[in-house]
Design a protein around this ligand. Structure first.
Ligand code: IVH
Length: 747
C-alpha cells in the first residue's frame, strides 16, 4: 500500500477495483489467522486495510460489496473461525412460563423416575444468564480449547479470545485430567454502557443490548479487540470429564467454584417445588439490581444419578427447565402491514412499526400471526382482544419474550386515526399472483403456486443453505437470492451443477459482482464438501412443512438410510389420502351427531374408511406414525410432498448429486439390541415404561407396543398377559426385567 492514492482522489472505477482487492486480502488474512493459525500480516497492517476499506465505502456507499469486510466487524462471520465438533452435544433448555408449568415439570420427572409424591426430590435454582454459552476444555489443568455453542454439534473455535477473559482461568489445580466446563459469557450493564460510549466516540456502531455486545466481542476475529471488551463468565455445567465433579448438581457448582470459576451466588438447592418458586421470586426481585441481564431461572434435578437416568430428548434435557420471566412490552404506531410469503407458501402478515425499544432491543417489525388475528378473532371465530381488529395507523402494544419474534398484542382504539380502514387480507399471492387459499380448519392462507412462486422457491433455497441444513460456506441467504434472481440457481439441485454449467464456473462467476478468483474457488470447494451429507440434515434441508430438525432426525434414525426412507414413504403414500378422507368423514359425523343429539359413531367410520387400504400400506403408515415424535401431521406432510410429481422430481434431481450418509445410531456400537424390535409388557420395577423405552431406543432398538412376527424380544414383567402368550406362540425370545439389565449391562 506504499503509493496509496487518497480516498478523495479515487475514481469510481479505481474504488471498485480496490474494494475487491481489499476484500480478497482481508479474507486471505482471516483464513491465515484463524483456519491455518498462521497470521501472514501484522495486526496493525490488518487494521489499516480494514480502515481503508471503510473509508472507501463511506465515500462510495453504492460500491459496497456483498462480502464487504466491514460487515464482519461486531459479528464476525462463522467462516472466519475454525470449527470445533463438541465431544458432547450442547443442548438447549425447554421453557416454562408459569408456576403450573413448574409443577408439571416436577410431576413428569417423578413419573419418569417412578418416584412418589412423598419421595424426596431436590432441585437447584439459579439465574438464567442472558449471554452466550461457551465450552472450555482443560487437559491436565491447562485450557486447551474454547468453543461457542454453534448449532449444538459444531461450534466456533474462540480459544484465543476466551484466554483474554479474566473470569476464565487458563490453569487449574486439582482438576480432573480432562474437564470441559460450560457456562455463559456475558457483559455487565456498566461495561456495556462504557463500551457503547467508546464505540460512539470512535464513530462505531452501538450494540443493541449487552448480549449482542458480548456475542460481538467474543466472536471478534482479532483477540486484541476481545481483550479490550470486558467480558465475564459464569460456570454452570460441564461436558466430557475424566472424573466426576460431584454426585450432585450443587456439589458440582461448589467444586467449579473451588477450581477458580465464577459461579452464580443466587444458585440455591430447593427441596420442593414451593421452594423453587420462592427462589424464582427472590431472583426476580433482585433482577433489576444484579447489574447484568438474566431472562429467567433454571431448575435442575440435583441428584446427578437421577440426571443420568433422565437423560435427554432430541435437543433438551429431561432434568432441567428454564422458567422465563414475563415478556417485556411497549406501545408504538403500526405504520403498515406487509405480507410475506414463506417457504411453505404461508402468507404471514408483518407489522412495520415506528421503532420502539422493548426490553432493551429496538423493534421495528413484529408478527401479526394471521388474518384472523388481525380481524380480532381466533381460528374458531371466537373474539380475541375483545374483538378489536388491527388497522394500519393504529397505536399498538408490542411485546417480546426472550428470543422470540416480537408480537403485536393489543390495540388502543382511543388512538385510532379516523381514516384507518379495516385491513383486507389478500386472496392472491403478492409475489406470484396465484390464488392464496385457506383450507378449512387452517388459520393460514397459503399461496398455491408451489415451486412457480418465486418467494417460496427463494425461501426454500435460503432454508436449504441455512446453518442447520446444508450450511455451505460462502453461500448464504443473500447469495442464494442473487443467484435465484439471475436464474443460476432455481432449485437445490442447481447448486451442485453450478460449477459445471458455467464453463468451469470460475470465469463466469468471477465476472459477477462480489466474486473474485478466490471466493469463487472457495465457493465451489465448499459446495463439493457438502455433497456428502447426513440423512437427517438432508431431510431437514428439504424444508417440508412440519418436518423440523427434530422430526427430520427422528425419521433419519428410524429408517437409517435414504433408500429405506424413500421406500417406506412410497409404500405408505396412499395412506395419506385415506387419513385425510377419514378425518373429513369423522368431522362430518361429529357435526351430524351433535345436530341430531346422539353420540358420534367414530370407530365404525374409522374402520370403514380404512377397510380398503391394503395391509402393507397400513403397515407402512403405522410404522411411520409409530415413530416417537412423528404424528399424523408430519406423516401427511411428508407423504404429500413426496407424492407431488414436480416436488418429488426436484428431490430426486438433488439426491442424484449427493452421497447421503446413513443416520448415526448413537451408542449402538456393541449394543446387543441395536436394530432389534423390543416390546415391554407387564409391571416393571426397576425402571418406568418411559425410561425403558428411551434407554432401549438410545441403544438402537425399536420399541413397539404390540407383539408381531417382527418382534425380536419381549421383556415381560409380572402380570404380562396376552402379549406374552402371543410371543410364546410366535417363538419370540422372552426375558424378564433383570434379564434385560443383564443383557444391556455392557452397552
Ligand atoms: S444449563 C443441558 N444453566 O440457556 C442444559 N443454561 O436456553 C445446559 N443458560 O444454551 C444449559 N444460564 O446458553 C444452563 N444457569 C444456566 C444458564 C443456561 C443461561 C443458557 C445456555 C443454554 C440456554 C438454553
Amino acid at each position: 500500500m506504499g503509493q496509496e492514492i487518497s480516498v478523495e482522489a479515487l475514481s469510481e472505477k479505481e474504488a471498485a477495483a480496490e474494494l475487491e482487492r481489499l476484500a480478497t486480502a482481508l479474507a486471505a488474512a482471516n483464513t491465515a489467522y484463524h483456519t491455518q493459525d498462521a497470521p501472514d500480516i501484522s495486526d496493525a497492517h490488518y487494521d489499516a486495510l480494514k480502515r481503508r476499506n471503510a473509508a472507501i465505502e463511506a465515500r462510495f456507499p453504492e460500491l459496497k460489496r456483498s462480502d464487504s469486510p466491514s460487515d464482519q466487524v461486531g459479528a464476525a462471520p462463522a467462516e472466519g473461525f475454525g470449527k470445533i465438533r463438541h465431544a458432547q452435544r450442547m443442548m438447549s433448555l425447554s421453557n416454562a412460563f408459569d408456576d403450573d408449568d413448574i409443577l408439571s415439570f416436577d410431576q413428569s420427572v417423578r413419573r419418569y423416575l417412578a418416584l412418589s409424591e412423598a419421595d424426596p426430590l431436590a432441585y437447584t435454582a439459579e439465574p438464567k444468564i442472558d449471554g452466550l454459552s461457551l465450552a472450555l476444555r482443560y487437559e491436565n489443568g491447562a485450557l486447551v480449547q474454547a468453543a461457542t455453542r454453534g448449532d449444538g454439534t459444531v461450534g466456533e473455535n474462540v480459544t484465543a479470545n476466551a484466554r483474554t477473559i479474566g473470569d476464565i482461568p487458563t490453569h487449574l489445580t486439582g482438576a480432573p485430567k480432562t474437564l470441559e466446563i460450560r457456562g455463559e459469557v456475558y457483559m455487565s450493564h456498566a461495561d456495556f454502557a462504557d463500551l457503547n460510549a467508546r464505540q460512539a466516540q470512535r464513530g462505531g456502531k452501538a450494540f443493541a443490548n449487552p448480549r449482542n455486545a458480548a456475542a460481538g466481542s467474543l466472536r471478534q476475529l482479532d483477540p486484541n479487540i476481545t481483550k479490550d471488551r470486558p467480558l465475564r463468565f459464569f460456570a454452570y455445567s460441564w461436558g466430557v470429564l475424566s472424573d466426576a465433579l460431584s454426585d450432585t448438581q450443587m456439589g458440582a457448582i461448589d467444586r467449579m467454584k473451588s477450581l477458580g470459576f465464577q459461579t452464580n451466588p443466587l444458585t440455591k438447592r430447593c427441596a420442593t417445588p414451593a421452594e423453587m418458586l420462592a427462589q424464582y421470586r427472590e431472583i426476580e426481585a433482585q433482577r433489576a439490581t444484579l447489574g447484568y441481564d438474566i431472562d429467567g431461572v433454571v431448575y435442575k434435578v440435583d441428584d446427578l444419578a437421577f440426571q443420568d437416568r433422565l437423560g435427554f430428548r432430541s435437543t433438551t434435557p429431561r432434568w432441567a427447565i428454564a422458567h422465563k420471566f414475563p415478556a417485556e412490552l411497549a406501545w408504538t404506531r403500526l405504520e403498515a402491514i406487509d405480507i410475506q410469503v414463506g417457504r411453505t407458501g404461508a402468507l404471514s402478515p408483518v407489522a412495520r412499526l415506528t421503532p420502539v425499544t422493548v426490553g432493551g432491543v429496538v423493534v421495528s417489525n413484529a408478527t401479526l400471526h394471521n388474518e384472523d388475528y388481525i380481524a380480532g378473532c381466533d381460528a374458531n371465530g371466537a373474539p380475541i382482544r375483545e374483538g378489536k381488529d388491527i388497522r394500519e395507523g393504529d397505536w399498538v402494544k408490542v411485546y417480546r419474550a426472550g428470543d422470540v419474534i416480537p408480537k403485536v398484542a393489543d390495540v388502543d382504539l382511543s388512538k385510532r386515526p379516523e381514516t384507518a380502514k379495516p385491513f383486507t387480507f389478500p386472496t392472491t399471492c403478492p409475489e406470484c399472483g396465484s390464488d392464496a387459499i385457506r383450507e378449512e380448519g387452517d388459520a393460514v392462507r397459503r399461496c398455491s403456486g408451489g415451486l412457480i412462486c418465486p418467494a417460496q422457491a427463494v425461501e426454500k433455497l435460503k432454508h436449504f443453505v441455512s446453518r442447520s441444513a446444508f450450511d455451505i460456506e460462502g453461500l448464504g441467504a443473500k447469495q442464494v437470492e442473487q443467484f435465484y434472481l439471475d436464474g443460476w440457481i432455481r432449485e437445490p439441485a442447481d447448486i451442485f451443477t453450478l460449477k459445471d454449467r458455467y464453463g468451469g464456473g470460475l470465469k463466469a462467476l468471477k465476472n459477477r459482482e462480489g466474486w473474485g478468483d478466490k471466493s469463487a474457488q472457495n465457493l465451489f470447494d465448499a459446495i463439493d464438501e457438502k455433497r456428502t451429507i447426513a440423512l437427517g440434515r438432508l431431510l431437514f434441508a428439504l424444508g417440508l412443512r412440519h418436518v423440523g430438525e427434530v422430526a427430520a432426525n427422528d425419521l433419519a434414525r428410524h429408517y437409517g438410510s435414504w433408500a429405506a426412507l424413500a421406500e417406506a414413504i412410497d409404500a405408505a403414500k396412499p395412506a395419506a389420502e385415506a387419513y385425510l378422507a377419514t378425518e373429513r368423514a369423522l368431522d362430518e359425523e361429529r357435526r351430524l351427531a351433535s345436530k341430531e343429539g346422539r353420540r358420534a359413531n367414530l370407530s365404525v367410520i374409522r374402520k370403514a374408511m380404512w377397510k380398503d387400504v391394503p395391509g402393507p400400506v397400513q403397515a407402512a403408515w403405522d410404522d411411520l406414525t409409530g415413530i416417537d415424535g412423528i404424528g399424523a401431521t408430519v406423516a401427511v406432510s411428508l407423504l404429500t410432498s413426496f407424492g407431488q410429481e414436480a416436488e418429488r422430481a426436484s428431490i430426486d434431481r438433488l439426491v442424484a448429486h449427493l452421497d447421503i450418509q446413513d443416520a448415526e445410531r448413537p451408542q449402538t456400537e456393541g449394543s446387543p439390541v441395536a436394530g432389534k424390535t423390543v416390546v415391554f409388557t407387564g409391571t416393571l420395577t426397576r425402571m418406568t415404561r418411559a425410561e425403558a423405552k428411551a434407554r432401549a431406543e438410545s441403544l438402537g432398538a425399536k420399541v413397539s407396543g404390540s407383539v408381531s412376527s417382527k418382534t425380536d424380544l419381549l421383556v415381560a414383567g409380572p402380570g404380562a398377559g396376552s402379549k406374552e402368550t402371543k410371543a410364546r406362540e410366535l417363538g419370540i425370545d422372552i426375558i424378564d426385567e433383570d434379564g434385560w439389565f443383564d443383557l444391556i449391562a455392557g452397552a
